[in-house]
Write a protein that binds this ligand. Structure first.
Ligand code: ARG
Length: 495
């Protein structure tokens, strides 16, 4: 932290070694400034601490811009070549850790430009023609977000395929299905896991959809109004893999809905991961005993030697709070901002970087947990039989075989359940006589539907839990995944 008490405007000399580069930073915009910024001004203003992550995108944007400036005759070919060479060197220096970052130079854009000017002189000073940091940062940030979306696309393919493998292995494994977390009807584990695969497909599609809107180029909007130079925005847009230049220069520099949309998509996706994570936590408690946690994704307790804790799952369950928090944080930053650019928008990057990092970790961790998933089918089968989970099957039998209206069947079944409860046994363990005491027309054939196996096998309606359905659903999902892979490969712009 700087010493705030001394934060006076003293011409850039109070704040450590900032003096020299402050002069550099002033030389970018300091024509009419008599003195350098105060230390606290520098501290509140600088974004280099976090926006250095944009160096690759910034250099790509500058390279495309320089190419276009030369192609349109705004700068010479020699200047363009010098800029290229200089930017290549700057990139190498940053990647080798040989680059000096200095808060006095505010942000990544000024750092790269200042170093470029040191390396190539005047040519470097021509790069900023017909451009502003406003369109520059919007371009960099869109490119960065697009990179994240593309990474997630690949990670989702891994996650979904891990889910499909678990579902495949357990298409016939019976477990209790819950409503209100009370045993409701038996389902298969494969079916349960496929529910998450469906969510994952939609989450992936939401990201792909968000990509469509974010993939337009702000570059060339300049500060806010466009420029009088004969630039070619289509050329830079194409060079950077954007679908088109953004149509309105004010919108181009001042909209951040692409980032909000990305975070909204990630918040929803993280909610799904969080629900799956919670089920892992729940299922792994000895009281449930449905799962053995993998060694790789659990920890021991420092005091209780018997414990195995689902830390990874708990953290995935929790991280959605940070991700959705980042989204609402940025919403608050953007709310009420007049057009066009305001420095408020510099506050867009940290929440997005954080949300993307958090989400990436969650997705990879959850994929790992799915690849190392050890269910306990015996415990699941036993639990599926508890809580009169086939009561609906009994009611359905009464409707089908005795032509009873469903409401009456529901009532009769309720009486049978009450009887079993009193006897302390399951429905299938009641004798025929006991059932006939409730409804004399019940026959021996009823026992065919009272087992959990029969119940599950009978649910063959589209989207239902019958193992044969689940297997068909998995086959369709595998096909969809392959089709989507082909599509993304074709749609992806050449780098
Ligand atoms: N660091 C700034 C940001 O992230 C770059 C744009 C600055 N533009 C300006 N006119 N001050 O928003």
């Amino acid at each position: 932290m700087s010493d705030h008490k001394n934060a006076k405007n003293t011409g850039g000399t109070t704040h450590g070694e900032a003096g020299e580069s402050q002069t550099q930073s002033q030389s970018m915009w300091g024509g009419r400034f008599g003195a350098g910024p105060s230390a606290v001004m520098q501290e509140i203003n600088a974004s280099i601490g976090f926006d250095k992550r944009l160096y690759g995108e910034d250099i790509a944007g500058s390279t495309a811009h320089a190419d276009m400036l030369a192609a349109t005759g705004i700068i010479s070919q020699q200047d363009r070549d010098a800029i290229h060479e200089g930017l290549t060197q700057v990139k190498a220096e940053i990647e080798a850790g040989d680059f000096t970052f200095d808060p006095a130079l505010e942000d990544i854009h000024m750092h790269i430009e200042a170093r470029l000017r040191e390396i190539v002189g005047d040519a470097g000073a021509r790069l900023h023609t017909a451009r502003s940091r406003n369109d520059q940062v919007a371009t960099d940030f869109r490119l960065w977000c697009r990179g994240a979306v593309d990474r997630f696309d690949g990670l989702y393919a891994d996650f979904i395929s891990a889910l499909l493998d678990v579902a495949d292995a357990h298409a016939g494994t019976i477990m209790p299905g819950f409503t209100h977390l009370q045993t409701a009807q038996p389902v298969t584990l494969g079916h349960h896991i496929m529910a998450y695969a469906e969510m994952a497909f939609r989450d992936r599609a939401r990201l792909a959809d968000c990509r469509k809107r974010l993939n337009e180029s702000p570059l060339g909007a300049a500060a806010l109004a466009g420029t009088g130079f004969p630039i070619d925005r289509h050329q830079t847009a194409e060079a950077l893999g954007f679908d088109a230049p953004m149509a309105n220069s004010l919108d181009a520099v001042s909209s951040r809905d692409f980032a909000l949309e990305l975070m909204a998509a990630l918040s929803i996706a993280a909610t799904h991961l969080s629900r799956l994570a919670d089920e892992i936590v729940l299922w792994a408690t000895p009281a449930f005993g449905f799962l053995t946690l993998s060694d790789e994704f659990s920890t021991g307790s420092s005091i209780m030697p018997q414990k195995r804790n689902p830390d990874a799952a708990e953290l995935v369950r929790a991280k959605v709070g940070r991700i959705a928090g980042a989204m609402s944080g940025l919403m608050m930053v953007m709310k009420g901002l007049p057009l066009a650019y305001s420095k408020d928008m510099q506050e867009d990057k940290e929440p997005v970087f954080k949300a993307v990092d958090d989400f990436e970790l969650c997705l990879v961790a959850m994929t790992g947990m799915m690849m190392d998933f050890h269910p306990n089918p015996t415990a699941m089968r036993a639990a599926a039989g508890q809580g009169f989970s086939t009561a609906t099957d009994l009611a359905d039998w009464l409707v089908r075989e005795l032509k009873m209206p469903f409401r009456d069947a529901h009532h009769v079944t309720g009486a049978v359940v009450k009887l079993a409860e009193g006897e302390g046994c399951d429905l299938a363990e009641l004798s025929l006589e006991q059932m006939q005491a409730v409804e004399p027309r019940i026959s021996q054939a009823v026992f065919d539907v009272l087992s959990v196996e029969a119940s599950v096998a009978s649910r063959t309606s589209f989207g239902g839990t019958a193992p044969e359905n689940v297997r068909a659903q998995i086959r369709a999902a595998r096909q969809k995944l392959t089709d989507e892979q082909k599509l993304t490969a074709r749609e992806k712009p050449a780098k």
